[in-house]
Design a protein around this ligand. Structure first.
Ligand code: ATP
Length: 468
């Protein structure tokens, strides 16, 4: 488990402009959150790093940005209309609905005495198993306490809408529940345009929507989320090696984001719990403040999606080997990354508390390459024009170099440092009277967020001295 509480993170995120509740002034909208100025920058730094690592730095990856709304036939062929369901129990008394597997899971956690191998396997199991344990242990509604939970019902999580002015069955569309299908339906386009060698991949970053029965744990389970997904096309007999490779790539990416290796767990998913398209799945779980939960997924989707789309669209989606070999439908390894969950894992990992000069301090020890702001610049006193003028010069120089530089001349230096630390600014540069004259003329104070150490650095050496 992480040492920081979720409440600390939520409160910091709201107070300091990382994340606000969606539709806040109207009392919010369950399962939606808005990223504020610092949050959007941090999120973008994470997604830019992902794009650089998996698209720009490779020569076998093709990025796309497909439309969120797609022809309803896409979702029929992919199996999402029929199978993208979560099991729910409805309370016949108070009418509240609960995710059946979560309710059973929570009940088991609360009754360790009843825990045994059989019931442990009830996690995410078939409706029959969930009903069986609900009835056997007389599980009650978590809201009203009555033992009046219905049997499991399947609930489709796609948001349905209509495209155009006519609302009938032909105009039905869905907000995509995963970005993956945008890549499968563009597979032929990319092959026709670029004719890459197999293996190669397609990558996409974008919003996905899931009408979760019970959104919870801040941005961990939301209804509007952002995914970063790769569909990596391989020869059928080479899938295992590629799968293991991508699993390792996922782990290395997390370590590069500053997540502790011992908090990362890769867990194989049993046949009953896998998505309908997967023949082998490994989730990468992380020790969040509320327990060990899924952060990323990796699935062997076989030729499931391309075959379904080939059959439904009538278009040939086979790949023609360049050596004249027999055309075939490539198999797919899908490493998928939830951006909101990554954001939460990064902030939870960075959140620290210590004591400076006898006072408690909380700060975000974000890796410098992720910090939404790299440097803060301050004149020691804001009512001394000569200090302000020099500080503005330094500010302009750093801004030109690093972009994400902020100005802070409010209150005293100690308070400025605390404010900088709390939002994870790695360096705070202060221009004081010594900058202007005396033995130290031309130098500034650079304070390090993590060590709180202050050093004097010449202005001309400043850019080179900041490890950004
Ligand atoms: P879970 O079991 O937690 O519902 P899942 O197995 O359905 O997740 P996938 O379909 O594999 O998730 O989605 C890929 C990734 O998208 C997940 O690993 C996660 O990072 C992210 N994700 C999925 N659902 C949500 C959600 N409701 N809110 C935030 N992120 C999500």
């Amino acid at each position: 488990m992480s040492d920081v509480s979720l409440e600390d993170i939520v409160s910091l995120c709201k107070r300091r402009g990382f994340i606000y509740p969606g539709s806040d002034i109207y009392g919010g909208l369950s399962g939606t959150w808005d990223y504020g100025p610092l949050g959007v920058q941090l999120k973008r730094n994470i997604s830019n790093l992902w794009w650089k690592t998996f698209v720009e730095d490779r020569d076998d990856m093709y990025g796309i940005d497909a439309a969120i709304l797609m022809n309803q036939k896409v979702w029929q062929a992919s199996g999402h209309v029929g199978g993208f369901n979560d099991p729910l129990f409805e309370c016949n008394n108070c009418k509240n609905r609960f995710r059946a597997d979560h309710l059973v899971e929570n009940w088991i956690d609360a009754h360790p005495d009843k825990l045994n191998a059989v019931i442990h396997e009830a996690y995410n199991q078939s409706p029959e198993t969930l009903n069986h344990y609900k009835n056997l242990y007389k599980m009650a509604c978590p809201n009203c306490g009555k033992q009046e939970l219905s049997d499991v019902r399947q609930f489709n999580m796609m948001f349905k809408t209509h495209v155009g002015a006519v609302e009938d069955e032909t105009s039905v569309s869905y907000l995509r529940p995963e970005t993956a299908q945008g890549m499968f339906v563009n597979f032929k386009n990319v092959v026709d345009s670029f004719y890459p060698d197999v293996p190669f991949g397609m990558a996409q970053i974008g919003k996905a929507f899931r009408n979760e029965i019970a959104p919870r744990d801040f941005i961990f389970r939301v209804r509007e989320l952002e995914q970063m997904e790769i569909e990596y096309f391989v020869q059928p007999d080479g899938w295992r090696e590629q799968f293991d490779y991508w699993l390792d790539q996922q782990k290395q990416f997390l370590i590069g984001l500053g997540l502790a290796e011992e908090k990362i767990h890769q867990v194989e998913i049993g046949p009953d719990d896998r998505a309908h398209y997967s023949k082998h799945s490994v989730d990468t779980e992380f020790d969040f403040p509320f327990g060990q939960k899924e952060l990323l997924g990796c699935a062997y989707r076989t030729d499931y999606d391309l075959s379904k789309h080939q059959a439904a669209s009538g278009k040939n989606l086979e790949y023609r080997p360049k050596d004249g070999g027999t055309p075939y439908i490539p198999h797919v390894i899908e490493p998928t990354f939830g951006l909101d969950r990554l954001f939460l894992a990064v902030v939870a990992s960075a959140y620290c508390e210590d004591e400076v000069n006898g006072e408690k301090r909380s700060f975000l020890k974000l890796p410098a390459h992720l910090a939404p702001i790299s440097v803060a610049v301050s004149p020691l006193l804001k009512n001394k024009p000569e200090l302000v003028a020099k500080a503005k010069e330094v500010f302009a120089m750093l801004k030109k170099e690093f972009g994400s530089v902020t100005w802070d001349d409010n209150s005293n230096v100690g308070k400025r440092y605390r404010r900088s630390d709390e939002i994870g600014i790695p360096y705070h540069v202060t221009i004081d009277f010594d900058t202007l004259e005396g033995d130290n003329a031309g130098t500034v104070t650079v304070r390090n967020r993590d060590t709180t150490e202050q050093t004097r650095v010449g202005i001309e050496d400043l850019v080179a001295n900041l490890a950004l």
